[in-house]
Design a protein around this ligand. Structure first.
Ligand code: URA
Length: 247
């Protein structure tokens, strides 16, 4: 696959894309020994790139699944100094970031990588993979409300796409319900907003699965490397996923 030179330089982690463009225009970048001053010049993985006469070291792609705890931001930094998910990866030197986000108060499966293409593939609205959540909500959910969740809920940013919903249990004393909800969209605070729209405030939320992938064997804050097979399966799921066939 061919990519723009400035993008490849930025992805190597030495600078931003803007600064990479400046470096190219200033004549500081060579491809296969030849000076390139053209923005948008395309390179492939077999090309050798030098910046200021120093060869660019290609970062290996890394893929992790993390059990995100509550009380942590799904980001690589936070201007308020709160803990972020990448703080847990002290022994990883690659420039990793989370794929999508879970709310500060949500726990569960989170994918972490340094592969921008993989992240874009999984996040693309057309490809979005099923995400299974388990929510503890206030009140007792009725059959009609379960149907409503499945058919679509009117939110300020539009009606939600078809989903799967199932009541797992009720606590009559505490007046709460445990509900499993599977959605494939990834709107901001979508699950909480869907329940709130039908009058059930979410008290606790966990993402149990992304596609086939869960957090079995991990405790909150722990992570593991994904196998090549798991990465391939996620890619295949995103590429072949047509949720319209399933709902
Ligand atoms: N939906 C939410 O409301 N919150 C999350 O963290 C994920 C999905």
């Amino acid at each position: 696959m061919q990519q723009r030179l400035q993008k490849v330089i930025a992805q190597a982690g030495i600078t931003s894309r803007r600064k990479a463009e400046d470096l190219i225009l200033e004549g500081k970048v060579k491809v296969n020994g030849k000076l390139i001053k053209e923005l948008g010049f395309k390179v492939s993985s077999s090309d050798t790139i030098e910046v200021n006469e120093i060869p660019l070291i290609k970062e290996e792609k890394v893929y992790f699944v993390m059990y995100k705890p509550t009380g942590v931001i799904s980001a690589v930094s936070d201007d308020k100094g709160r803990k972020v998910v990448t703080d847990f990866f002290t022994d990883v030197k690659e420039r990793i970031f989370p794929i999508g986000r879970l709310d500060y108060d949500t726990s569960g499966v989170l994918l972490i990588t340094n592969d921008g293409d993989f992240s874009n593939l999984l996040m693309h609205p057309k490809h979005e993979i099923d995400k299974q959540y388990i929510a503890k909500v206030e009140g007792m959910l009725t059959k009609q409300e379960v149907n409503q969740l499945e058919k679509g809920i009117k939110l300020v940013d539009g009606i939600t796409a078809p989903a799967k919903a199932k009541v797992i249990s009720f606590d009559r004393k505490k007046q709460t319900s445990i509900v499993q909800l599977t959605i494939h969209e990834g709107r901001n605070r979508q699950v909480r907003r869907m329940f709130e729209a039908i009058g059930h405030k979410v008290k606790k939320l966990k993402r149990e699965k992304i596609g086939f992938l869960g957090v079995e064997g991990l405790r909150p804050g722990e992570y593991r490397v994904l196998s090549i097979h798991e990465v391939k399966r996620l890619r295949a799921l995103a590429q072949t996923n047509d949720w319209r066939l399933k709902y």
